[in-house]
Design a protein. Structure first.
Length: 362
């Protein structure tokens, strides 16, 4: 008799006490297959997923286990969504904007140019309706998403030549995926999408003129500082959300305790990954500023930023007119964003502006 059948029978018999079922779960063990869109060895993200697996085992007393598979170990890096949707795997750790080809609305769950930062996007998911509509849209694919980390603000990227005005972007080949790439295209850039492992060589050989990746935390590991001298801050990914998504039917068949453990551990992983990005960005920025590398750190000129903002608005309007789901998510964001922005501007931003003026810790 399988466990579910047994539980059902036991419940019908009305003899199954809570203690009895809890003991039963502790004696049985289940292993979930979770695939990543990046290598297991990738610092912060791959490492975060492995930490999640350990945490689930610890919280469940070993009755629930998660086996992590790196990109291409079990399914291709970007095949995880379909594999999980079909139930071939139990879950995956990836990013919602990779699936914009399935539904353009998914790009809005990661981050979009000039959109919300972590402190704003996280409350939107938990209390502003973001999680509800994300789950509603993923349910069409038999998927149940959880937040799986956030990269925080991402750097605008590495350029082989300085960007002094909008004109300097014209004709540049840049590796930049997602809506950021579409914005850059409107500014005259030729966006290209090449796999992570090939970016360094492409940049070194001049096949591309620029690339974005994440921030100092992971960029210095890629070695971009050796082949591109100009490193700019950016607006294209102000706080990209990662996801830990499960096959919905498989998840719902798990005992309630196991569901709660997965949810709790995913929350821990989510904040752990964000905090680690922040920490590593701070550490690696110091390395960059130490003069060890011949890198010029700067901001894009105002005309680039203004043109990018205008292009972003055009793209958002265009997609909202074209795609029903995109319009639904965008409308939700539009009702929340001004409110949280008002709060951010009223106190947190004001505080950051005045905090460091002449303060003793310098
Ligand atoms: Ca990026």
């Amino acid at each position: 008799m399988d466990r579910r059948k047994f539980l059902k029978t036991a419940a019908v018999g009305a003899t199954a006490s809570a203690a009895f079922t809890t003991n039963l779960y502790a004696k049985t063990s289940k292993t979930l297959k979770v695939c990543l869109s990046w290598p297991k060895t990738l610092p912060i993200m791959g490492e975060g997923a492995l930490w999640f697996a350990d945490r689930v085992k610890e919280l469940s007393g070993g009755s629930l286990k998660v086996k992590i598979y790196g990109a291409n170990e079990l399914v291709p890096a970007l095949g995880v969504f379909d594999a999980c949707s079909k139930g071939l795997i139990d879950g995956f750790h990836s990013g919602p904007y990779y699936w914009k080809g399935k539904n353009m609305a998914f790009s809005l769950f990661s981050a979009f140019p000039f959109g919300m930062v972590y402190d704003e996007i996280d409350p939107w998911f938990d209390f502003g309706g973001g999680m509800d509509i994300w789950r509603k849209l993923y349910a069409k694919y038999n998927l149940l998403p959880f937040k799986g980390g956030n990269t925080g603000n991402q750097m605008g990227g590495w350029f082989r030549k300085p960007i002094k005005s909008l004109n300097d972007l014209k004709g540049l080949k840049m590796r930049i995926p997602g809506l950021g790439g579409e914005v850059m295209a409107k500014l005259g850039v030729k966006p290209v999408n090449i796999p992570g492992g090939e970016i360094y060589t492409a940049l070194e050989r001049g096949v591309i003129d620029a690339t974005e990746w994440v921030g100092p935390s992971l960029d210095l590991i890629m070695g971009f500082q050796k082949v591109a001298k100009y490193y700019y801050t950016g607006w294209h990914e102000p706080g990209s959300l990662l996801e830990l998504t499960f096959n919905k039917k498989k998840f719902e068949r798990l005992p309630k305790e196991h569901q709660a453990i997965l949810e709790a551990a995913s929350r821990e992983m989510h904040t752990r990954i964000f905090n680690q990005f922040q920490y590593q960005n701070a550490v690696k920025l110091q390395e960059l500023l130490s003069g060890k590398y011949d890198v010029v750190l700067g901001n894009f000129p105002d005309d680039v930023n203004e043109a990018a903002k205008k292009a972003t608005q055009e793209i958002l309007n265009e997609y909202a007119n074209k795609y029903k789901d995109f319009a639904m998510v965008y409308d939700n964001i539009k009702s929340f964003f001004p409110k949280i922005r008002k709060w951010t501007d009223t106190l947190p931003k004001w505080y950051l502006d005045i905090r460091d003026k002449g303060f003793i810790v310098d």
